[in-house]
Design a protein around this ligand. Structure first.
Ligand SMILES: [Zn+2]
Length: 403
């Protein structure tokens, strides 16, 4: 058997030293084994309920560069608390994409750092989470079910997130797609967005109306992209399906419902109705991102972002920030995000993460963030402390500040 951690103590069964140690942890069962007598011992560890914290790319890249003390201190604390099974900071497909868009020789080391901070825990792909929420809303729309959709963290992690970390985790190779195209897409999306600002500045719509406009615009773009793919296919472009933007897959997935009993045009018309329904507008990720973009519209109306060059730079991370907040935020206990994003999310009319009780932190409030971590520390019992020593013999407590 492979012993992950050799122990100094002799095997309690055969008494031989140097062949006994921790083998693995499965959920909350620690297994120790002896390579001399081949006996196993099982230890039951206390149940854990970790706080799930999303650290955005900005936080992680600053922690990785280790040049600014507040980031270094917070990152050390996070590493220590994650080692003690109090918190977990899973990484996401948004981290993977953003890291690989970064043109830097340290790119792979940053990615390694992000995975280490997460101790291998990872969210499902952003596309999968969006599709799941969309399909659930569509199912409710078809049956006149609930408009409000509950989210459950068990649906976005591959394994049990509230279990003791094993010694080894599977490091999966990321599926990246075309990085150059993604870079270009990011630049183009912001450039296009900024050209809308002069028109937005003239509008007198309310925040709530802007949210509606954003949601309807998204629904329309999904239908348009789907129809465009079909018109290309009809003109004989056989690659149209393969080349279509990933958004097309959302409509495609809804077209499969009632395939046997409804004609294609009926199904498409029903999807178009769904896209203007409350069921659609209340999809968790969509409602949050519409709230964020309605805040952007509000800022533009107030006279912000008038210089298009500056606006492009300032908003370069907007789509990624909005994705991480809207897609992963509802599944987290806390998120650490860009300071402007935090201001927008906290705006009284927006309060986009309030229904999920997700706490939002940014660099503007390090004390608040540490205060939040202090509260979590209160759950660290003596029983947990003893179990940590048992499970992770190499664990060394972090120096308390001031010691
Ligand atoms: Zn033994």
């Amino acid at each position: 058997m492979l012993i992950a951690h050799d122990l100094d103590e002799p095997c309690p069964r055969c008494g031989v030293a140097g062949k006994y140690g921790n083998v693995n942890i499965d959920r909350n069962i620690l297994r120790r084994g002896c390579n001399h007598c081949r006996q196993w011992t099982r230890y039951s560890l206390p149940e854990v309920r970790k706080k799930i914290i999303y650290l955005d790319q900005f936080f992680l890249s600053h922690a990785f560069r280790a040049q600014e003390k507040p980031f270094v201190d917070a990152a050390h604390r996070i590493e220590d608390m994650a080692a003690r099974q109090l918190i977990v900071c899973p990484y996401s497909s948004v981290h993977t994409k953003e890291t690989h868009l970064w043109r830097h020789e340290q790119q792979e080391n940053l990615f390694k750092f992000i995975k280490q901070t997460a101790r291998g825990h990872k969210f499902s792909d952003d596309f999968e989470i969006k599709r799941l929420q969309l399909q659930r809303a569509f199912a409710a729309f078809r049956t006149n079910g609930d408009v409000i959709q509950l989210v459950d963290e068990s649906e976005v992690f591959a394994g049990e997130i509230h279990s003791w970390d094993d010694y080894f985790w599977l490091d999966m190779r990321p599926i990246l797609g075309n990085i150059e195209a993604m870079r270009q897409g990011k630049t183009d999306a912001i450039a296009t967005l900024v050209t809308l600002f002069p028109d937005w500045a003239q509008l007198t719509t309310s925040y709530e109306e802007d949210m509606e406009i954003e949601a309807e615009g998204y629904g329309r773009s999904l239908i348009d992209q789907y129809l465009e793919m079909w018109s290309k296919l009809a003109r004989g472009n056989l690659m149209a399906y393969m080349d279509a933007p990933i958004d097309v897959m959302y409509v495609e997935s809804l077209m499969h419902y009632d395939e046997d009993t409804m004609q294609m045009d009926e199904r498409l018309a029903r999807i178009a109705d769904f896209f203007v329904s409350p069921h659609f507008k209340m999809i968790p990720h969509l409602r949050i991102s519409c709230g964020i973009f309605a805040m952007l519209r509000r800022r533009v109306k107030e006279g912000a972002y008038t210089n298009q060059n500056t606006a492009r730079k300032k908003l370069s991370g907007l789509f990624y920030d909005s994705n991480c907040i809207s897609i992963f935020g509802p599944y987290c206990d806390a998120i650490f995000v860009d300071k402007v994003m935090k201001q927008w999310c906290d705006f009284p009319q927006a309060r986009v993460l309030a229904p999920y009780r997700t706490q939002i932190f940014s660099v503007l409030d390090w004390d608040g963030f540490h205060g939040y971590l202090d509260q979590i520390e209160e759950n660290y019992t003596d029983e947990m402390r003893d179990a940590i020593t048992l499970a992770y013999p190499d664990y060394e407590p972090m120096n308390e500040p001031g010691n």
